[in-house]
Write a protein that binds this ligand. Sequence first.
Ligand code: ADP
Length: 722
Amino acid sequence: MSASPPFLDPLSVIKIFSQTKNATALHVGEEAHIQFANEAMLRIWGKDEAVIGKSLEDALPELKGQPFIEMFAKVWREGLTISGSDTPAMLKIDGKEQIFYFDFEYRAILDDIGKTICILHTATDVTDRFLKQKAIERATEGAELLKKEEELNENLSHENHTLAAALDELKASNEELYLTKESLESLNQKLDMMVKERTEQIYFLNQELKASNEEISAANKELAASNEELSSINKKMAKLIEELEKGERKFRQLIQQAPVAINVFKGRDLIIESANIKMLEIWNKTTEVEGKNFTVALPEIADQPFIEILHAVLDTGIPYHGKESKAIIIKDGVAEERYFNFIYQPIIDEEEKVGSILQVVTEVTEQVNSRKEISEVNTRLNIAIDAGSLGSTEVDLETGTMVYNEEFSRMFGKKPGEDFVYADMFEAMLPEYRDRIKELVAIAKQDNSIYHAEYQIRWPDGSLHWISAHGRARYDSKGKPIKMVGILSEVTEVKADEQRKNDFIGMVSHELKTPLTSMTAYVQILQHNAQKRQDSFAATALEKAHNQLKKMTGMINSFLNVSRLESGKIHIEKQDFDLCSLIEEMRTEFKVTANRHEIIFEKNQPVVVNADQNKIGHVVTNFISNAVKYSPVNTLITISCQVEGNSAVVSVSDQGKGIKEEDTAKLFERYYRVNDQPSTISGFGIGLYLCAEIIERHNGRIWVDSELNKGSTFHFSLPLNP
Ligand code: ADP
């Protein structure tokens, strides 16, 4: 088997084909752009290769007005094959317009889906053949015509008439035919025009359709994206709604549990829409009232002003604030008078109208009642102040300005309306009282306690007067004292009475002292004699008499001391001494007389004070003797003396019955004795009073700590560097 010869490449094939004798060209597009034309075709057209790429009309302008350009367009559009033979065409060859005759074929070459991809144009110049044939035809025709002429001539006469008639008919038919042809041509032209217009329209419609399709597809894409967005928005929205519902639930719970009473009234019928727990509590109702008319839920409201106010708020849209308004509310069938602060707040609905009212209420019954009570107490206080001729004052501690009643200024010898300031009070006070009073005021301010002081003042006219004052500080919210409130009374008369009484007691005590001293001396002599005589009965009796005399002397001395004290006749004579040694001395004395108690004193380092030794000794004795007096036998009495800060503190503790709290502050007052003690315990309530006076004159402090049925501890302190 011989090997197959090599195949030509497409370009060579085209080159070879371009040399075929048959004129061949390829056109594309409706305007029959020349893609390819072989030499034979170029020859026919009388053109060179410059025409390649041009439209048929541009390449061969002479074809304008001939049917070929339109034929190409039709073939392109409709995918047809148009062919013709001996078809005349006018071409411009060498600048001369000439008619040639062709056999030709315009064949639409279609792709797989039937769309025209190009037009294969083949043509054969048959001008020679055609002209020859025409000449032959004409020659033949001429011979035949001659023959026929003879025959016709023969028949001429015969058919002259017929001919004439036929000629007429022919003439008429010819005219008709001509007319028909003309109208047919114009119809054809119109048809072509219409086809062209339609085609153009369809083309434009197609273009528009294409654009619209593109737009629709873009819109579809956008729609899809929007749909996605919408779905995510929907999800978010669902979440938001859920959160909103949660929030609303929370809000409702908050309102329900709010510490103030809240409710919403809806419409003119005042339907209770949402009353919280606090509101229901105020009304003494349950949730059953919800949805009911206010006056149906609380019939007692009908006669009260609230309905009218609520309607006014609905009509005007102006909120209403009620302050300490009285309302009668029925509880368990009993009408109660209560007071409320409240707000009726109009709620504007979507139509910009007041559709509901928000009601917020706080009950202030307690405050109003308290205020009423306070004002009543104030009235009573004022009556008491007036009745007791008491002076009352209020001092602004920052500015020193004073507010006071008339009695107060009178007490200081001022005329009504005369100016008076805080400093004037101290000015009027005798100098020896000033420091002490200032100190008492300072302590009261610091401890939030009431101070009590008695002092003498000198009036502008020079006369002396006694004042008894009680005072207490008032504080701001930070606990800083801002005011001092005082109640004063003039006690000049009382003091004069006391003085007279003291003078009398002093005189009596003094008078009693002389016979008592001689009686004691006699008893002592008798005692001595009885011992000598060994008269044991007399000795014991006289011993007892001597003890009683000692007690009596002690009592009389106390009275004498009180009277001296009050007349200012007690003098403090200070010296340095060791307090501990003094206490030890007292303890030893007591051990002899009061041997049924165990008295313990743990002596430490010496504690040297500068004080009146005798008088301090008197205080220690008094503490110990009270401890012995007010605690059961065989119990323990403990004494201590120690330095605390800048003071020496002496304490005496017993295991006695103790003292009630209400009594502790008063023990140091003159003649004060605890009420419920057995009558077997004698005393006048002077001892502790004297102690307090002595300690006070040393600028010290005296106080007691006690627990009922456990025991008491009495303390006094003395300044170490007086
Ligand atoms: P007197 O003892 O003479 O009554 P005081 O002035 O010494 O007067 O005491 C006043 C009151 O204080 C006493 O009547 C007593 O009720 C109470 N008292 C004093 N010391 C003690 C104490 N150690 N224990 C219990 N009560 C006491």
